[in-house]
Write a protein that binds this ligand. Sequence first.
Ligand code: GTP
Ligand code: MG
Length: 644
Amino acid sequence: MTGGPVTPQTERRNLIIGTAGHIDHGKTVLVKALTGRDTDRLIEEKERGISIDLGFAPMRLSDGSVVGIVDVPGHENFIRNMMAGATGVDLALLVVAADDGVMPQTREHLAILDLLGVQKAVVAITKIDSVDPDLVPLVEDEIEDLLKGTPLEGSPVVPVSAVTGEGIEELRAVIEREALGVRLKDEALNVRLPIDRVFTLRGIGTVATGTLWSGRVTLGQRLESLPRGEEVRVRSLQVHDTERQEAFAGERVAVNLAGIAKEKILRGDVLAEPGCLRPAYMVDARVRILRDWTKPVKRGARIRFHHGTREVLGRIYPLEGQQIGPGESVPAQIRLEEVVVVAPNDRFVVRSYSPVTTIGGGTIVDAHPSKHRLHDPEAVRQFEELESRDDLKRVAVYLGRAGVPVTRDALVLESGLPPAVVRAGLDGLLETGGAVTLGDKSAHLVMSAGHYEEFKSMTVAELETFHALKPLAEGMARETLKKKILASWDNRSADIFMESLDREGAIESEGKVVRMPGKKSAVTSEQEKTLDDIVGRVAANPVAPPTVSELSAELGQSRQAVAELLAVAEKDRRLVRVSPELYFSPEAISEIEARLRQSIGPDGISVSDFKNAVGTSRKFALPLLEYFDRMRITARVGDVRKLR
Ligand SMILES: Nc1nc2c(ncn2[C@@H]2O[C@H](COP(=O)(O)OP(=O)(O)OP(=O)(O)O)[C@@H](O)[C@H]2O)c(=O)[nH]1
Ligand SMILES: [Mg+2]
């Protein structure tokens, strides 16, 4: 396929067949009969005559396509290995030995396949050469009972013997037929490759293998090794020992990785498309406890959480209630002792801590929840929205949780949802008014409409308060407003938000200030009259004008109102502010300055001489001199002022 055109997914059937069944029932021998490959590679496996770890073999179908078979161990001690193999299985090959019938791990493997969501199976009754033919229908009945009520009810059953070869060709045909009905993994989604094996090859380096859950892996591609987050590059790529340029969802993939040492990547890790997933210590999930588990699972029970090829210890906390009974399926939070890399809709299996038994499993609903207390109605509400599988509702939850403007990329990472789902959900929300775009499209910032309106009304309220307190001010400093209302926002988002409000006419921006629209010149004609009055009173007593308090008393207006008007007069250069309490007319200031210059000698001038020269009192002389100091006309030297 190197260099050639890529076959469309509709014409390719990339799928994984996984064996399942009790120890010694003939799984490995059957895989060899179907593929010619002995998957028991380990010396210990040979010596003990049992499978310990996963085995892999390609099976060629009659149309020339190749599917991957994962052979799992049946021994109860190796269930965790079995699960690492079962995680990507599309079609189960359930093996039951004719001479032994349904046994404990037949049931446990079946339960695990069910919990992992495997929808199709073919059952092989093996070793028929070793029993009386009359016995086979009895085993068939037993299997029928076993599958009753499960999604695998009615699966085809084929009696075979790997010794005589009887039934093998029929089994192959049935597998091919069933393979056509398998719902294939999606190669349009982001890359997820849970690692089930890592080894080094001399001269080649680190090789990791796994079943590609979703997406396409291409030569040279950069991937993220999670949970540690190292960036790696695909240096070479193989599917069933054949070099490839590209591998597809549903294929068994071996990648030679540049940029990472063997010790830094282990079974349980995930190779993922960068920026799509981040590890979590907590997940919310719908948890189902198996019907035949004997006792309720108590709130806080310690469990083993199996997801992908990873096993992590943790505890289960139902969102409501003190326990989960057998057969129940409830919303729960799972708090883990190590991180996992999960996404919504992923399946997982739960085993009891001790003794180790499969007790249930479930589906991830929220890959990044916060810690919930018991009976938290908001947690339950969000759980329901996220479980609805409605893209709009799901994205709305994460948008609402963010509270501040976010990018689409951030939403992908926060939710763990595929980028395409986030895009669809967000577009829907933007269309129906549940979300707003901030700034122009290039800013890539979105926000829930609810939060936008909330922050908008807070901003408007703040500005209105400001105008009420300072009716004649030009507006509020933008930075002050941002600090007050948008304290938790990053600066860029805050600026873009202010621009948005300006653009929609909710506020008005000018230079460094913002104000309510139309609040620019807020002096009423009434105030204008008072202003003239004030200016007149100040001018009438050029060297001893009334103070702010005196003006307030004389005019019967609040100090605040008078101060506001004085600020306007100062801005319009109708008055000069000498101190917070004193304003002079510009003409008076020029006159006083002229007298100062006339009276000042080479040794400077004292406060008392200045007072006499101007013809005022000390109450005015001191602030005036300080004003001239500030204006850099005079400088204070000891007890006197000198010209600068
Ligand atoms: N007579 C007979 N023996 C078989 C047949 N298939 C397997 N066996 C024997 O059963 C034993 C177990 O076979 P395996 O294929 O290793 O069993 P398994 O299910 O892979 O076992 P684990 O991987 O350890 O769970 C071996 O000794 C096989 O030779 C068969 O069709 N007929
Ligand atoms: Mg085996």
